[in-house]
Design a protein around this ligand. Structure first.
Ligand code: DAH
Length: 342
């Protein structure tokens, strides 16, 4: 074969390969590559004819055939990509997806009933202009007892089933220590509400080793027991219903004098007597009193100048009454069948 023959053959081969490629479908592209560029393919066959060509001209043929090879390879892979994209698009457009179908519903959570109750209580007092303060759950003997007028060996300490951490460090048994912490930092007037966790070594259907209290207190010049009655009565009406009334019974707390236990008329029977109020018509709801001057002495408030009241209530107890729940542990098991009802 002459040089000219080979040139023509190569040109012919390229033309033919391109023609076939034009018509190709995705699945036979590889066949075309093998047919023209494979080890036993047509390009190789043509190059065998080089035997007759003068050695000086062989590099020229080599370059020519390499160029053709490169061009064809590019075309082949380009065509392959093009056909692949096309078939993917077709597959996608054949897919029957109804974009108007509604999606899977997203479930919304909500606040735990204890937190809902705390928020309700706090909201009522913030409307009455009380500010919210929190205090530490790990407390010292001083704030939990001593500054609240429980002297060492005082029998009232026994009523508090205290979890001690160290000799003088404990889990607070009530939110009242926050009174002292606030009095140390602020001068009267103070008007504060304190929600938080408290701890006592106690467990049955109405007691849990951890539970929640809301403490409230107001100190200023000229605060009287009438203010305490007014605020608490307003709270109970807001929380449980306008038609309910309150009753104050004498009681004892070391940090208040006089002290009272506050009852509200039973919301279930409106005072007639039923199972909820154990036929008495009344439900005990919180402890309260006028802050004992002995507490003021610890924080250098002048008891001649200032008076104040304080009160404390158990959140679980209020929630149990409000929703007729007979076992406190339901609040902590977090069974969704229970929680979803709130
Ligand atoms: N700290 C008391 C308790 O846990 C409740 C209490 C009673 C709080 C009377 C007060 C109060 O502020 O005045 O049993």
């Amino acid at each position: 074969m002459s040089l000219e023959d080979i040139r023509n053959k190569l040109a012919e081969l390229e033309k033919q390969a391109l023609g076939e490629l034009e018509q190709a479908v995705k699945d036979n592209i590889e066949n075309i590559r093998v047919k023209y560029l494979g080890k036993k393919g047509e390009l190789t066959a043509i190059l065998r004819g080089m035997a007759d060509i003068a050695a000086a001209e062989r590099p020229l043929i080599g370059k020519l055939s390499n160029d053709i090879k490169t061009r064809l390879e590019e075309k082949i892979s380009g065509k392959f990509r093009e056909l692949k994209e096309k078939s993917e698009l077709t597959a996608l457009s054949n897919l029957q997806v109804d974009l108007t179908l509604p999606g899977d519903p997203v479930g919304f959570g909500h606040l735990h009933p204890i937190h809902q109750t705390i928020e309700e209580i706090v909201a009522i007092f913030t409307r009455l202009n009380f500010a919210v303060v929190e205090g530490p759950e790990i407390e010292t003997d001083y704030y939990n007892f001593e500054a609240l007028n429980f002297p060492p060996e005082h029998p009232a300490r026994d009523m508090q089933d205290t979890f001690f951490i160290e000799d003088k460090v404990l889990l607070r048994t009530h939110t009242s220590p926050v009174q002292v912490r606030v009095f140390e930092k602020q001068k009267p007037p103070v008007k504060i509400i304190v929600p938080g966790k408290v701890y006592r070594h106690d467990a049955d259907v109405s007691h849990s080793p951890m539970f929640h209290q809301v403490e409230g207190f107001l100190v200023d010049e000229g605060v009287t027991f009438a203010d305490l009655k007014g605020i608490l009565t307003a709270f109970i009406k807001e929380m449980f219903g306008e038609q309910l009334s309150t009753r104050f019974r004498p009681s004892f707390f070391p940090f208040t004098e006089p002290s009272a236990e506050v009852d509200m008329s039973c919301f279930a029977c409106k005072g007639a007597g039923c199972r909820v109020c154990k036929q008495s018509g009344w439900i005990e709801i919180l402890g309260a009193g006028m802050i004992d001057p002995a507490v003021f002495k610890h924080v250098k408030y002048d008891p001649e100048k200032y008076t104040g009241f304080a009160f404390g209530m158990g959140v679980e107890r209020i929630a149990m009454l409000k929703y007729a729940i007979d076992d406190i542990s339901l609040f902590y098991e977090n069974d969704l069948r229970f929680l979803k009802q709130f």
